[in-house]
Write a protein that binds this ligand. Structure first.
Ligand code: NAP
Length: 397
């Protein structure tokens, strides 16, 4: 089948019936996961639309396979192809520790300006959870992906650069940083905060989430985290006033998103004690990294956690977990995080029927206690292999 490219016009995706969607297999367990993902997506699309729609997959090289076949872990053609096709999905890529090449995941996010890291945490009945009422968990974190203390602006203790910054801050700015300190910088900008919050509120409105929470540590870091909150409110007031109700400013109205904010430490206990009161969470980079893993733990762990990196014109979907190399080639890994990432991708391109079929099949399969090792060990059932689980899921579509 010859596919066509997805186009973007006036900020909107134009998706043909047979879009070419690039995929990266990934390292370690990536190939097993992506094989399962593609099988499930193809079956769901077939079931939802008959032959009218179908994805034409196009493999792109990255990671260890790219080194073997192209001598470079992230060939320029790979980045260009994602740029050209607008929507892509990837398996996990290994990042060598203490040397080697830099994180390909971070490189892809930066090169394509994928500024919103989107991480849903939704409970599927039967999944082991430390919560008493885990069925109340249905949250989506929008984590700013490009700035904050993750911007990499830091200096090692004792280096001339660090000393220069310390002298400036102590001498001219009235700080009193000790000699044996390393120093890092936390930039949070209005433009980047607001474009992230815009993505989050649009997602809440489009997908019927009743609450949007700005999560921040603005009581302490007033001009970064506090400013994130203020800029978030400012954007929503200016651009989305008709769609929202602000907490403390009147009655909650059906069909309108309740907008509030919570201090980060409080938010961690809120998701444990009152998970049913939250929906979309928009937050800065570090907060978002922490809270999304905490949320994943409530709904079955890394094997169940999908993610997306979204910018204005491009979106790259992936499981949150890494390449889990110790399970590579063993046919045991849980492909659900990848499959749910594909479900997000189908929603993103507007193929909601196929996405819904996947969602229901995941719920049904887990409900039947047909699960891989990671969930089976807590459920006291025999684990299925990756391929057996994939087949069971396809049967349940
Ligand atoms: P990891 O690959 O996520 O695996 C850590 C542990 O999480 C596994 O040993 C396993 O725990 C569990 N797990 C992960 N994925 C699972 C799945 N699909 N099903 C069931 N259990 C799963 O983390 P890591 O070992 O720290 O990282 C390995 C490599 O991946 C590193 O090079 C890292 O840099 C890279 N990485 C890549 C990405 C990305 O591509 N976006 C993200 C994170 C890490 P048990 O053994 O306890 O069952």
């Amino acid at each position: 089948m010859n596919g066509e490219k997805i186009h973007v016009e006036n900020g909107k995706l134009l998706v043909p019936d047979h879009p070419i969607i690039p995929f990266i297999e990934g390292d370690g367990t990536g190939p097993e996961i992506m094989a399962s993902v593609r099988k499930v997506v193809d079956a769901a699309v077939q079931k939802a639309y008959g032959g009218k729609r179908g994805i034409v997959w196009k493999e792109l090289l990255a990671g260890e396979k790219a080194i073997r076949e192209a001598g470079n872990p992230l060939p320029e053609e790979t980045v260009e192809a994602i740029r050209e096709h607008h929507v892509a999905i990837k398996g996990p890529l290994t990042t060598p520790v203490g040397g080697g090449y830099r994180s390909l995941n971070v490189a892809l996010r930066q090169m394509l300006d994928l500024y919103a890291n989107v991480r849903p945490a939704k409970y599927y009945p039967g999944v082991p959870s430390p919560l008493r009422y885990p069925e109340k968990v249905n949250m989506v974190v929008f984590r700013e992906n490009t700035e904050d203390v993750y911007a990499g602006i830091e200096w090692k203790m004792g280096t001339p650069e660090c000393e220069k910054v310390r002298r400036f801050l102590n001498g001219e700015m009235g700080a009193s940083i000790p000699e044996d300190a390393g120093i890092g910088v936390k930039p949070i900008s209005r433009f980047r905060s607001q474009r992230l919050v815009r993505k989050a509120i649009e997602y809440a409105i489009a997908n019927g989430y009743p609450v949007l929470t700005l999560m921040h540590k603005g009581n302490i870091m007033k001009y970064t985290e506090g400013a994130f909150r203020d800029w978030g409110y400012e954007l929503i007031r200016n651009e989305y006033a008709d769609h929202v109700v602000f907490e403390g400013e009147g009655e909650r109205t059906e069909g309108k998103v309740l907008v509030n904010d919570r201090i980060a430490d409080n938010m961690f206990q809120q998701i444990l004690l009152r998970p049913g009161e939250y929906g979309v969470i928009a937050t800065t980079n570090l907060n978002g990294d922490y809270i999304s893993d905490a949320l994943a733990a409530l709904v079955g762990g890394l094997g169940m956690a999908p993610g997306a990196n979204i910018g204005d014109h491009h979106a790259l979907f992936e499981p949150v977990h890494g390449s889990a190399p110790k399970y590579a080639g063993k046919n045991v890994i849980n492909p659900t995080a990848g499959i749910l990432a594909a479900k997000l991708m189908l929603e993103h391109i507007g193929w909601k029927e196929a996405a819904e079929l996947i969602d229901k099949a995941v719920a049904k399969t887990i409900g039947e206690k047909k699960v891989t090792y990671d969930l089976a060990r807590h459920m006291g059932v025999e684990p299925l292999s990756t391929t057996e689980y994939t087949e069971a899921l396809i049967e349940n579509l």
